[in-house]
Design a protein around this ligand. Structure first.
Ligand SMILES: Nc1ncnc2c1ncn2[C@@H]1O[C@H](COP(=O)(O)OP(=O)(O)O)[C@@H](O)[C@H]1O
Ligand SMILES: [Mg+2]
Length: 311
């Protein structure tokens, strides 16, 4: 472990009860930081000569509802702008929200992660998290009937393939990461306290840019597993990860397969955007956050069988 990771590890937040703020800029001072991607909720910087990215949560959240160049009537545009403005407000990195989201992340990691060694992932409670992960993956198909009833679907029998191969069943969808809080490092946030996710760089293509129907059989199975886990987690906990598409409304019916939040390569699928989850059991007063998880669920329901049929 290098010194940067040691500093990150020592200053990370590991539960909603252990909030602390850190001078992130100071331990990054020995490194060159370059802005790499402009996400919708975070600014993503590369820590040069390391394998780490640092994602600073934005206080200036703004959503891009349409593909650039698309003209829409101004009344509708104003209406959507207002809705998206409200939605953006709920994404701001307030302390309470940072901790609430981290708690949801820990739940999400039980489903989507597979942390079988300290090398793969560090958390003081990793072993406990790992037990939960193994149990979820080993009993996946026990929930098939309940899941089919809950969502009113009939899964293709090839779904049983998820259990057969351990490399698929125990696939880890999560990169190693740490959550920190402290004064922002970007100009745009003007020194406000925000959250930072230090995350390992993941090689590959954004799922948005890949046709999920033409990848290898194993990769199709991993995508099917990802969708199955999404449905299972929603059924059991009401929590849905953020699989927003690049263009929120234009691709509303692809609220999963057109996302920039999943990276796929030859043998790997990783869920890289781990900052935001919808807690559908604790709805806010806003309309949009309650519609969005339904879009992801609907897409998962139809995509699972569509992909399974081509295996
Ligand atoms: N671990 C990673 N490895 C490689 N690219 C990444 C990684 N994390 C983020 N990115 C790139 O940065 C973009 C924005 O990051 P993301 O975590 O999705 O932030 P936001 O919450 O703002 O959408 C991603 O869509 C992806 O292109
Ligand atoms: Mg994203």
């Amino acid at each position: 472990m290098n010194t940067l990771e040691e500093s990150i590890r020592d200053n990370a937040i590991y539960s909603k009860d252990s909030y602390k703020e850190t001078d992130v800029a100071s331990f990054l001072s020995d490194f060159k930081i370059t802005k790499k991607y402009a996400g919708q909720l975070s600014r993503v910087f590369e820590v040069e000569k390391t394998n780490w990215l640092v994602k600073e949560a934005k206080w200036d959240v703004k959503f891009e509802p349409f593909k650039p160049g698309l003209t829409i009537p101004s009344k509708i545009a104003a209406f959507l702008d207002n809705l998206l403005g409200q939605l953006a407000f709920s994404f701001l990195p307030k302390k309470k929200e940072i901790l609430r989201q981290y708690e949801l992340y820990l739940l999400f990691s039980q489903y989507f992660g597979f942390f079988d060694s300290d090398k793969r992932y560090y958390h003081p409670d990793r072993e406990v998290i790992s037990l939960a992960q193994v149990s979820i993956r080993d009993t996946l198909l026990n929930y098939r009937v309940q899941l089919e009833e809950f969502y009113n679907i009939k899964l293709d029998d090839k779904i049983n393939l998820l259990h057969e191969d351990k490399d698929i069943r125990y696939h880890n969808f999560l990169p190693k990461e740490y959550l920190l809080a402290g004064k922002s490092i970007s100009k745009q946030n003007k020194g406000r306290v925000t959250s930072f996710i230090f995350q390992e760089f993941v090689k590959g293509d954004l799922l948005h840019d890949v046709d999920e129907m033409v990848v290898s059989k194993d990769q199709k199975l991993r995508l099917v597993l990802m969708m199955y886990l999404l449905l299972l987690m929603n059924m059991q906990t009401g929590v849905v990860p953020d699989t927003r598409p690049r263009y929120n409304f234009f691709q509303a019916y692809n609220w999963l397969t057109k996302t920039d939040n999943v990276i796929i390569s030859k043998n790997d699928v990783k869920f890289i955007d781990t900052r935001w989850f919808y807690d559908t059991k604790n709805f806010s007063y806003l309309i949009l956050p309650s519609v969005i998880p339904k879009l992801a669920i609907r897409k998962a329901k139809t995509s699972i069988n569509k992909i399974l049929k081509t295996i």
